[in-house]
Design a protein. Structure first.
Length: 377
């Protein structure tokens, strides 16, 4: 016999574990929603942030625009419509909205009424690092909030970087816990991306919404990876990581760096974009650096044979953790790594900050506070 079990919502949560697994992410930050090439001129697509749908479209001027993904007439999704010029047209009665969400045309009889004055919320969108970035919160704030700064992968001497991404059936906080918590070296015993980790520092900067973590560890010690790392030049015995809300990065001696950029889609779905970039890699067996022009094709291959299989191990683990959480959300907390406590504390604090702000400003753009779906147990 099965019963429906309700996973606690953020307000119902009885402890920090339940709270963090129900927390959303503050929409007043920049989030990656896809690759620049995903939306061509004249195309519209849907992106989702924490249950809220956005119609993202590129006009014939090449500019991307994002508005709420619902027609103001009968609430059909505009992402199912067409782009005409720099406007999006609903597939049902053809009502047409511009990039600011304003209704600009109704192509049928108006029954002697004026064109309704309707406007859907519009959102800030940018293209950078080969990614499309959305600011799902208040548009007016977008210019004041910095997106992750990754100077190494921009400009004439950019380091090579070939992003990989995954959509995992897991809450975003499980992914943040995973990427900066090296106690899971066991999971990667085949590839050994970090070996014998020892936590040496946890430092919280509440004002900047950052948690810094450091490990002494053998970085890239695995059979395959180790041949590409110029160990004579790079100190690969130490790694610095940071949960820089809402994303995460790591740095090994300014030689190997990465960002894990998250897009929380809903309570149990997260898309994660991994950007690994290297100052230099060497030709295996030889003390010779791989030339810059060869780095991109080599990284493309490395992603396929090394990075993807490695990160898929993490994906399987966090998806299994999500299932375990839903079955046993009442189990006692058994977390040893102090860094994980700090990641979770920051995620909860930022979500509480957003909810409190929303209370104070009832007109602020609302995101759905997702109800917990009943689950079969
Ligand atoms: S529902 Fe969109 S035009 Fe009618
Ligand atoms: Fe991992």
């Amino acid at each position: 016999m099965s019963t429906n079990i309700q996973i606690p919502s953020f307000t119902e949560a009885k402890n920090r574990r339940q709270k963090v697994r129900a927390a959303g992410m503050n929409p007043n930050y920049w989030y990656p929603v896809g690759y620049v090439g995903d939306v061509g001129v004249g195309e519209v697509t849907q992106v989702v942030f924490w249950g809220k749908r956005f119609a993202l479209f590129r006009g014939n001027d090449g500019q991307l625009r994002a508005i709420e993904d619902r027609c103001a007439h009968r609430q059909l999704e505009l992402s199912k419509g067409e782009v005409h010029g720099c406007q999006v047209v609903c597939p049902y009665h053809g009502w047409t909205f511009d990039g600011e969400g304003k209704l600009v045309d109704v192509p049928h009889e108006l029954f002697e009424k004026p064109l309704p004055k309707l406007r859907l919320p519009d959102y800030a969108v940018r293209e950078r690092y080969g990614l499309i970035w959305l600011f799902p919160g208040e548009r007016e704030r977008a210019d004041q909030v910095a997106m992750p700064e990754i100077p190494e992968i921009e400009g004439a001497n950019a380091w090579a970087c070939v992003p990989v991404d995954f959509t995992w059936k897991a809450h975003h906080s499980m992914i943040i816990d995973n990427v900066s918590d090296f106690t899971h070296a066991y999971l990667h015993r085949k590839y050994e991306p970090f070996k014998n980790p020892k936590l040496t520092k946890v430092e919280v900067d509440d004002e900047a919404s950052k948690v810094f973590v450091e490990y002494d560890t053998e970085v890239g010690a695995g059979k395959l990876y180790s041949h590409f790392i110029p160990r004579e030049d790079a100190d690969t015995g130490h790694m610095r990581l940071c949960y820089e809300y809402p994303h995460q990065w790591s740095n090994t001696d300014n030689w190997i760096k990465h960002w894990c950029l998250v897009l929380p889609i809903d309570e149990r779905t997260t898309r994660a974009f991994f950007l690994f970039y290297y100052k230099q890699l060497k030709i295996p067996m030889l003390p010779v650096a791989i030339p810059r022009w060869l780095m991109t094709p080599i990284l493309t291959v490395a992603n396929r044979i090394l990075m993807r299989p490695l990160l898929e191990e993490d994906g399987e683990a966090v998806e299994a953790e999500q299932e375990g959480y839903e079955r046993h959300f009442d189990a006692p907390i058994a977390e040893l790594n102090p860094a994980v406590h700090e990641f979770q504390r920051l995620t909860i604090a930022k979500w509480e900050e957003y909810l409190a702000e929303r209370e104070r400003q009832p007109n602020a753009r609302r995101l759905p506070v997702m109800p917990s779906a009943p689950r079969q147990a």
